[in-house]
Design a protein around this ligand. Structure first.
Ligand code: FES
Length: 177
C-alpha cells in the first residue's frame, strides 16, 4: 500500500500530524519506546515506515528524525546506504522475480534479465511512468512452479524469458491487477 504523503507546511504542523501514515509510524515508535531505549532502532523504524508509506520520501525521513531527535542527514545516510530502502514510490505493478535456488537453477536469472531489458530498469527500480517496479526475491515458497514470478498478488509459474513480454503487456492499459 502507498500512503499519501503531503508536504508539511511547518515543522510541527497539526494537520500534518494527523496524516494516517504519521499516526501509524508514531504508534510503532511509541510501542518500541515502551519496551526500552530507541537507540539502535532506526533501521527497524525505517522498515516499518516503508511498509506503511510504501517508500521513504523526505517528509517521512524528517518525521522519523524529529521523533528520534537525530539529524535528518543521519536518517538520509541510512536510507541511501541500504538497498532495501527506497525514496521512490513503488509502481502500480510490483514484479517480483524469485531468485531462490530452485528458481535460479532453472533460469530465473534469464527471466529477471528479460524483465530488466524490456522495462529498462534494474531490480529495485521503478519505471519512469510509475507503472512497474522490479524486485529480485528469495524463495517465495512455490518451488514446484520454478521459475516463479509474482506480480502484485498474482503468481506465474514455470516462466521462461519468452513469456516476459506477454506478462508485461497484460498489465499495460490497466490490465490484470
Ligand atoms: S526458489 Fe523460487 S519459489 Fe522457491
Amino acid at each position: 500500500m502507498v500512503a499519501e504523503v503531503k508536504e508539511p507546511c511547518c515543522q510541527d504542523c497539526q494537520a500534518c500530524s494527523q496524516q494516517p501514515w504519521m499516526v501509524e509510524i508514531d504508534a510503532f515508535i511509541d510501542e518500541l519506546a515502551g519496551r526500552g531505549s530507541l537507540d539502535g532502532k532506526l533501521i527497524a523504524i525505517l522498515h516499518r515506515a516503508q511498509e506503511i508509506v510504501g517508500y521513504l520520501p523526505a517528509e517521512v525521513q524528517a518525521h522519523v528524525a524529529r521523533r528520534l531527535s537525530i539529524p535528518p542527514a543521519k536518517v538520509y545516510g541510512v536510507v541511501t546506504f541500504y538497498s532495501f530502502f527506497t525514496m521512490i514510490p513503488k509502481g502500480s505493478y510490483v514484479v517480483n522475480v524469485c531468485m531462490g535456488t530452485a528458481c535460479f537453477v532453472v533460469g530465473a536469472d534469464a527471466v529477471l534479465n528479460e524483465f530488466k531489458r524490456l522495462l529498462g530498469i534494474e531490480a529495485g527500480q521503478t519505471t519512469p511512468d510509475g507503472l512497474f517496479s522490479l524486485n529480485a526475491l528469495r524463495c517465495v515458497g512455490a518451488c514446484g512452479l520454478a521459475p516463479v514470478v509474482v506480480v502484485n498478488e498474482k503468481m506465474y509459474g514455470k516462466i521462461a524469458s519468452k513469456d516476459v513480454a506477454g506478462i508485461i503487456e497484460s498489465y499495460k492499459g490497466g490490465g490484470s491487477k
